[in-house]
Design a protein around this ligand. Structure first.
Ligand SMILES: C[S@@+](CC[C@H](N)C(=O)[O-])C[C@H]1O[C@@H](n2cnc3c(N)ncnc32)[C@H](O)[C@@H]1O
Length: 276
């Protein structure tokens, strides 16, 4: 069925963008359909008939693209002004949409679904990074989510997919890549948003991969936090406060005069394995 243009939905429901809620809306439906198609293109597969968690649907641009792709969408939105617009989508796609009013940071996402689910979101920067850390930091692996399709500021997206020996390589890269495939699937110009943000954006697509044996997430987080907390220092200095870390470097033949950003993710995992 044909839906009214998003611009009209926003005007009719008085959804002036709130800065405090990080609202920059996407209105280009072709772009939104391309984002919703990423799980089909890059894995794990088409969304048709699948459960999808969307955070921050706002006026529902990405939501309608996900619904068009045949997904069963559970959407968490903090701004109650958006609920009537989302109710219209529920009418247009009966039985496919559940809207939860609330703060996505305060909700246990796994408890919303009986089985696996994909995640899709265009989120404000601070909440997006915090949720990413939470999704990637799960103690048990593979996680219940099957993919993450997330809009970030381009600079954050680059930190997530960064390779060693680059300025962008740090804790987010290790977190995003040590047991997952993370890539920039699409760059999105700031002019695609209403209102346009100051910086460019990019969609990151993540699928879980096998976790290396015997590496504890907690220990890996401790090591990367210490190493990148003083990224300009040599490891012998930055890892001094992590019990056993310097001995682990020695046993693994990792030169302690190297700096954190020169270590590969496999080397970080080897250090964490030795300490786990
Ligand atoms: C960048 S806008 C994107 C809106 C829409 N998905 C789009 O692409 O046009 C971010 C949305 O997230 C919502 N939001 C912000 N913080 C949130 C939170 N902690 N939990 C749930 N929704 C949140 C905002 O109200 C807003 O609707």
């Amino acid at each position: 069925m044909s839906l009214p243009p998003l611009r009209e939905v926003i005007a009719r429901h008085g959804l002036s963008a709130s800065k405090a809620l990080g609202q920059n809306f996407l209105l280009d439906e072709q772009l939104l359909d391309r984002i919703a198609a990423l799980p089909a293109k890059l894995g794990p597969g088409p969304l048709d008939g699948q459960d999808v968690l969307e955070i921050g649907p706002g006026p529902g641009g990405l939501t309608r693209a996900l619904l068009r792709a045949g997904a069963r969408v559970t959407a968490i939105e903090m701004d109650r002004r958006c609920l009537p617009a989302l109710a219209e989508l529920d009418e247009a796609f009966p039985g496919q949409l559940t809207v939860i009013e609330g703060d996505a940071m305060a909700i246990d996402h796994d408890s919303l679904f009986e089985g696996p689910y994909a995640v899709a979101a265009n989120l404000p920067y601070n909440v997006g990074t915090a949720l990413f850390v939470r999704w990637m930091g799960a103690e048990s692996w593979p996680p219940r989510w099957t993919s993450l399709t997330l809009m970030f500021q381009q600079e954050v997206a680059q930190r997530i997919v960064a390779a060693p020996d680059t300025g962008a390589f740090g804790r987010l890269a290790v977190l995003g890549q040590w047991r997952a495939e993370a890539r920039i699937a699409m760059k999105v110009h700031r002019s695609a948003f209403t209102p346009p943000p100051k910086v460019m954006s990019a969609v990151v697509h993540v699928t879980p991969a096998a976790a290396p044996e015997g590496v504890s997430m907690r220990v890996l987080a401790r090591v990367t936090e210490a190493a990148f907390g003083q990224r300009r220092k040599m490891l012998r200095q930055s890892l001094k406060g992590v019990p056993g870390a310097l001995e682990a470097l020695d046993a693994l033949g990792i030169d302690p005069s190297r700096r954190a950003e020169t270590l590969t993710i496999a080397e970080f995992c080897a250090v964490a394995h030795a300490l786990s």
